[in-house]
Design a protein around this ligand. Sequence first.
Ligand SMILES: [Fe+2]
Ligand SMILES: [Fe+2]
Length: 290
Amino acid sequence: MPNVFETDAFPAAHEVQSEYLRFLKQRDGTPDRAARTLAVREAWFRNIDENPLEWTGPDMNPSFHATMASPAPKGQPPLALWMAIAATANEGEKYSVERILNSREPVADPEDPMSYVEIEEIYHTRLLLDAIRTVGVEYTIKKPPMWVRALASFMIFAPKPLEYLAVFISEVVGTVLFAALAERARTLVDPASPAGARLVSLIEEILVDEVGHVVFARSHLGPVRLWAARQAIRFLAEPMFRATPATVELFDVRELAHRALNLDLSELPAHIVARAFVPAPAPRSQLAAV
Ligand SMILES: [Fe+2]
Ligand SMILES: [Fe+2]
């Protein structure tokens, strides 16, 4: 499949959007904007809440807090670095989505994909906090740094064409980060243990959502903005990854930036692609087929 910046990576925008709405209705169930819940997701979380797991590994509190406090957390355990990235990964989205939801009508339109996407972002905070709790640490998400708040304000107040461009860029970078976190989680905890399996499944739920966000944001962009998004990612992806010190310690940020610049959703692990919204590429035009 072509990468997400290529114009024929997916079917026509209207097809993608109507298929995505069908996908969201099935995955999420009825959206309730006032309560900020999605019916199907609530049932999923109820199961998590009713079955707390006891972390039997080492106490991660000291190394997690030391990592969070350090501008260069060298020598910290990889699991503490992973947790610190998870703790900050959704700060920006949480901040912008809460601002957006506060300005919305209290009743969600079930025919608008954004009604689901916005509430999914609220759940991402809960998924990340549950992931950190699974390894025995309680944490509260902080307000994001100034530059993230400025970017969020830009996305909220920018004209629609620029808003989708900025959202697409941040969803691509976010998807690469969550894919890397999901992949690494399997090596940091035993995915066959109850706590390990839960940690992996919590992070993979986010990844499945983010893939859909990339495809949906992309469906609003024509060839010029897709090209502009790729140029922006060429320069911005690496600094965005570098903004979190733990990311620099746990991952090769140049490699992550390379992945963002060449993101092909069909190359994500097969069990993610099977659950996520990844439409088949657009059929080649007659001209291209000759
Ligand atoms: Fe998210
Ligand atoms: Fe997202």
